[in-house]
Design a protein around this ligand. Structure first.
Ligand code: NAI
Length: 489
């Protein structure tokens, strides 16, 4: 089925982000909310957004706006209707009734819910309607986050789910991962678990938050906010709600329950308004002293703040083996966290997805990890892992691997994040020309210009390099005179 027109209902953070991104893909989209004024405000927010949600701001008027009472007719023409209203099941149910009373036959209807299972969302739908209903879980900010989880269940028309996946990949540029209807879906189930393990182990091992963030960061291929910095960024109160929902939805035997228990210090922080960066501060806070700003970090044992101390582990790149093999508390912490993440992620195969590769993709695209849990396992080495890991009873994936001990278990990596960066290709690229502001490389069939000035500021030499780049490109097409080189002024 072709998707030519889309309606997004709910013009808040996510609805406006989804509409803007559809506009980026030149897909006609209408944004509806309770009132047209709310949708107009949303469009204004899109226009002013930083980083910009629109690639080309002059296209803002391509996003049509309206309200759910006067303008619902647009739903009749849509091929895909995305619901992104508040996370309230009663409101969502009302919207679905209205959508299905109006949609054209076969149009896809999806919800952007972050926590409500399809089973509950679709409980009032007919079997025919259930076939076309799924969850499309975009991440915020929609334009910039590569991950899109398409959640399906046994009632879905899989052909249609697949055509939606293809559309979201090819037109919206997302890494669209199809997964089953389980709590937290795929990315958050593993990502939030990983954060909780990193946090609880830091408490247990009496690490400072700076120490934990230094380990659960760069050396493990995780963004340098680490765990406590990320908590502050997301919002400590929001994380508490997310955890409550996991605790409620997951079976008591799920390992997640062990790391999701309420921590008294976290409760105290929320109660006193220390909800993270949006509040008075969180695990870290900025103290203003006269004209100076001082970063402070909380002591996990006493709850007192003191000036934050930089931790230098002397590891500048992703280096799992070095960090887990250290004979100190950092090595012990790293191994404990990584091994638990690998054990948990592998215990979800095949329950959440039968493609373990998808879990890695979700962690790379949704959490900006350099590698997912299974790539971590590959990088540690299967034998090394099993020599050191404690029990993993009932974990089908690890039980099988422990018998086979296949170092090449991983197979082909999926395509979504196989993006070549200049950093990656430079060692293999041929340097064609350079001046003091730029260098030109040839890699496969591409000529590449790298600006080498500070902050890539453009000067006359940068412009000369572009002329040379064009000449060289033509030369490779055998159409240009030879001998072009960058002139310098
Ligand atoms: P939001 O609170 O920013 O926006 C919700 C919008 O829905 C508001 O504009 C509100 O006026 C509108 N609305 C409420 N009732 C309505 C109705 N009956 N008809 C039409 N519009 C109605 O919420 P946000 O953050 O955009 O979340 C939307 C959905 O996306 C939720 O299900 C949420 O769980 C999910 N989500 C949120 C993420 C986030 O980072 N904010 C990330 C991923 C999913």
């Amino acid at each position: 089925m072709e998707i030519k027109k889309v309606v997004v209902i709910g013009s808040g953070t996510m609805g406006s982000g989804i509409a803007a991104h559809l506009c980026n893909a030149n897909v006609p989209v209408t944004l509806l909310d309770l009132t047209t004024e709310i949708s107009i405000k949303a469009r204004e927010r899109i226009h002013k957004s930083r980083p910009p949600l629109l690639i080309d701001k002059s296209k803002i008027d391509n996003i049509k706006v309206g309200n759910i009472n006067d303008d619902f007719n647009v739903v009749k023409e849509a091929d895909w209707i995305v619901e992104a209203v508040v996370e309230r099941i009663d409101i969502k149910h009302q919207i679905y009734k209205k959508i299905f009373d109006n949609r054209k036959d076969g149009a896809i209807v999806s919800s952007n819910t972050s926590s409500i299972p399809i089973k509950i969302l679709s409980e009032n739908m007919t079997d025919e309607q259930k076939k076309d209903f799924c969850i499309t879980h975009f991440f915020n900010p929609v334009r910039y986050m590569g991950l899109l989880e398409i959640v399906k269940n046994e009632n879905n028309d899989l052909k249609k789910i697949n055509s939606l996946k293809v559309f979201c990949e090819s037109e919206l540029g997302k890494g669209a991962i199809v997964c089953n209807d389980t709590p937290g879906f795929l990315g958050n189930r593993v990502g939030v678990y990983a954060m909780q393990v990193a946090m609880t182990e830091a408490f247990k091992m009496k690490l400072t938050i700076e120490e934990a963030d230094a380990v659960f960061g760069r050396p493990m291929g995780i963004p340098k906010t680490g765990v406590f910095g990320l908590y502050d960024l997301i919002g400590i109160d929001l994380m508490a709600d997310v955890l409550k929902s996991f605790v409620k939805e997951l079976p008591e035997t799920d390992k997640f329950q062990e790391v999701a228990k309420e921590i008294p210090l976290v409760k105290k922080l929320i109660e006193s308004g220390y909800t993270g960066r949006k509040g008075k501060g969180g695990f870290y806070r900025m103290k203003k002293l006269e004209n100076q700003k001082i970063l402070e970090a909380i002591n996990l044992q006493t709850g007192e703040y003191a000036e934050s101390k930089k931790i230098d582990l002397k590891i500048d790149t992703v280096d799992l083996n070095t960090i887990i093999n250290r004979k100190d508390k950092y090595g012990e912490y790293a191994w404990s966290v990584i091994s638990q993440i690998i054990k948990y992620a592998s215990s979800l195969v095949p329950g959440i997805t039968n493609k373990f590769n998808d879990i890695d993709e979700a962690m790379r695209l949704g959490f900006n990890w350099a590698m997912g849990p299974f790539e971590m396992l590959k990088s540690i080495g299967v034998k090394n892992f099993f020599n050191r890991v404690d029990e993993f009873k009932g974990n089908k994936f690890l039980e099988e691997l422990s018998v086979k001990k296949d170092e090449n278990f991983y197979g082909e990596r999926q395509i979504y994040t196989e993006i070549e960066t200049l950093g990656k290709v430079k060692p293999k690229a041929l340097s064609l020309d350079k001046n003091k502001s730029a260098e030109i490389y040839r890699f496969k069939d591409f000529n590449i210009v790298e600006f080498t000035t500070k902050a890539c500021a453009l000067d006359y030499d940068s412009m000369d390099s572009l002329i040379s780049y064009c000449m060289l490109s033509l030369k490779f097409l055998s159409k240009a005179p030879s001998g072009s080189s960058i002139k310098t002024n």
